[in-house]
Ligand binder design. Structure first.
Ligand SMILES: Cc1ncc(COP(=O)(O)O)c(C=O)c1O
Length: 455
């Protein structure tokens, strides 16, 4: 610490090269403590990661225990007990249609998406459908920052710099009722209309060229917890089946209990061909993600080459898998999925009560402990604030100064304009903490709005 202070310029390549963030030195449940002793209420688990809060004794003990036994093996030589048990635990909690699927463990959400895209391509090659290599996704989506994941991502602002080196993909509209549903449409009619864009896009490209459609069942980082309208994902599944296209559900952020069940796709009554999870899987105690392949996909490879044409050094890391296994056990033994539903409703109600009538809160949405406020300059027209105001970034910094960690983002409306604040507190959050989160967030928003608009 003193060395860091003395040198003043950090050797870490920080996200903002002109600013070294506070040094976090400890975590206690819903709180993070920095080197100055300041405490922050962690209302977003970083980026929806810390679902059990910080320094949870059960997970710390499980990590220690596994470290003392076996830290690492390479998966081309061995398997290990924690990864076998964790894979079975995930398959047991997958939707019924997933069958006897299998799971690969990776280090990040982006790696899981890369593995999913590659597996989809391999699936078709194994079946002799060599022309299938195109991917379709949704505008405004986020699937990670490695090149393949960024290529299927639909956030214009994040893609722009790398556009010349991304593989070509195409995007359809998201299911984003606040901005997309017409006044003369029911939610169901809206959902079918936007889902049918997938049918049109597959036909336009030629079904024999399309490998998979990639979708966040609940949009996370970039659109801010946009939930699907009833029937939307079922129609998506139907369209994929009609054209022999695989469905990849990216539950890296919304999965693993965040929305009140292990997976959102199960809540929506569909079974994807490939599912990715990360964030809450390791709850931040270890970097880990999973790419889950359904029985149908696995069987094509078992009956074909029998070889997974992909791999990384740190796959199935024993300590990471042991941590995740204990996260799942803790959530189940402490009935935390019930807590997510109850506390999620409470959070949503508190947000509505405190900010629902605010002249610059256009929408409050989400599911479980995955909630978002979308901010607008004008509630009537839904006109976003001028991007030059950097409203989301200012709210993030102001809230942090006030001792609250939340997860604002910009580009919500069209990839460049629009601001939202995402909340994803730990599953163990108390009602008093929820009230504190909402009160502090309200103050941070008020402090950041242009003074003429403070409302
Ligand atoms: C839905 C989704 N997919 C993939 C990713 C990428 O995960 P990672 O940052 O662990 O690579 C994220 C990260 O926010 C995400 O929200």
């Amino acid at each position: 610490m003193t060395r860091l202070d003395a040198r003043r310029v950090s050797a870490v390549l920080h996200r903002d090269l002109r600013h070294t963030p506070p040094v976090a030195v400890a975590g206690e449940g819903a709180y993070i403590v920095d080197a100055e002793g300041k405490r922050y209420l962690d209302a977003s688990g970083g980026a929806a990661v810390s679902c059990l809060g910080h320094n949870h004794p059960r997970i710390v003990a499980a990590v220690r225990e596994q470290l003392g036994r076996l830290e690492y093996i390479h998966t081309s030589f061995f398997t290990n007990e924690p990864s076998e048990a964790l894979a079975q635990a995930l398959v047991d909690r997958a939707p019924v249609g997933f069958g006897r699927g299998r799971v690969a463990f990776l280090g990040s959400g982006s790696e899981a998406i890369e593995a999913g895209l590659k597996l989809a391509r391999q699936y078709f090659v194994e079946r002799g459908e060599h022309s299938r290599g195109r991917f379709i996704s949704r505008r405004g989506s986020y699937h990670g920052n490695t090149l393949g994941a960024l290529a299927v991502g639909g956030h214009a602002g994040r893609r722009r710099l790398y556009a010349p080196i991304l593989v070509e993909t195409t995007q359809i509209a998201p299911c984003y009722a606040y901005r997309g549903q017409r006044d003369d449409e029911t939610p169901e009619a809206y959902g079918l209309r936007v889902a049918d864009e997938l049918d049109a896009e597959i036909r336009r490209l030629g079904p024999e060229t399309v490998a998979a459609f990639v979708v966040e069942p609940i949009g996370g980082a970039t659109l801010g917890t946009v939930t699907p309208v009833p029937g939307y994902l079922a129609r998506i599944r139907e369209i994929c089946d009609r054209h022999g296209v695989l469905l990849i559900a990216d539950e890296v952020m919304c999965g693993m209990g965040r929305c009140g069940d292990w997976l959102v796709v199960a809540q929506e009554g569909i079974s994807p061909d490939i599912i990715t999870v990360a964030k809450g899987l390791g709850a931040g105690y270890q970097p880990i993600a999973a790419m889950m392949a359904s029985e149908r996909v696995v069987r094509a490879i078992e009956d074909g080459s029998g070889q997974l044409a992909h791999g990384h050094t740190y796959m199935s890391h024993a300590v990471a898998c042991a941590a995740s296994l204990e996260v799942i056990r803790t959530i189940e033994e402490e009935a935390l999925l019930d807590a997510v539903r109850a506390r999620g409703e409470f959070l949503s109600r508190c947000l509505q009560d405190a900010l629902g009538q605010h002249p610059h809160v256009g929408d409050i949405r989400g599911r479980g402990l995955f909630q978002t406020l979308e901010l607008v300059a004008d509630r009537e027209t839904k006109q976003p604030f001028d991007a030059r105001l950097r409203l989301a970034a200012n709210i993030k910094a102001t809230a942090q100064q006030m001792g609250l960690i939340c997860y604002p983002s910009s580009g919500t409306a069209d990839g460049v304009n629009g601001d939202h604040v995402l909340l994803a507190p730990p599953f163990t959050v108390t009602e008093a903490q929820v009230e504190e989160i909402v009160a502090t967030l309200g103050r941070a928003i008020a402090a950041c709005l242009p003074s003429a608009l403070a409302g």
